[in-house]
Design a protein around this ligand. Structure first.
Ligand code: UDP
Ligand code: MG
Length: 139
């Protein structure tokens, strides 16, 4: 059975551009409930840990610098079928390929600065949530 939570980050480009409110409005209108939220900032090292799965990829170093370039909003979101429904709401990694009406189509600046993160599996939703929130903070 699909899990009830996913993990999201409003990334530095979207925060800097003042899109937090508009993005949260879309998330809530799509039926997600925010169960934890934290405005924070990553160091390049911590961004590297979060994206460790990509460490052999050519874009990894730039990605770590970009993800640590400014404030981010980390959130745990709750909904039935949360992971798949949220990936659909945010759209493809490359905004040029994202469906009309998706968050990335509307707000992403580039394939790197693509406004928002969403977990790709129930397992990663739990791992990524724990990366930013202690159990006590999740309610
Ligand atoms: N990314 C990038 N260049 C690429 C692919 C990805 O800069 O060619 C960045 C982008 O910010 C993306 C993140 O690396 O969101 C993680 O990549 P992934 O393939 O996991 O995409 P996502 O799951 O975020 O859609
Ligand atoms: Mg991914």
């Amino acid at each position: 059975m699909a899990g009830k939570i996913t993990f999201s980050i409003i990334k530095p480009d979207a925060y800097q551009a003042g899109h937090v409110g508009a993005i949260i409005k879309m998330i809530e209108e799509a039926g997600f409930r925010i169960v934890a939220a934290k405005l924070t900032r990553l160091t390049p090292e911590r961004a590297g840990q979060f994206y460790a799965v990509h460490k052999e990829r050519p874009f990894y170093r730039d990605l770590c610098n970009y993800m640590s370039s400014g404030p981010i909003l980390a959130m745990i979101l709750e909904k039935e079928n949360a992971v798949a429904d949220f990936r659909k709401l945010i759209g493809a990694t490359d905004p040029a390929k994202a469906e009309p009406g998706t968050i990335r189509k509307l707000f992403a600046k580039s394939i790197e600065a693509n406004a928002i993160h969403g977990s790709d599996s129930d397992e990663n939703a739990v791992i990524e949530s724990a990366f930013f929130f202690s159990a006590l903070e999740q309610f």
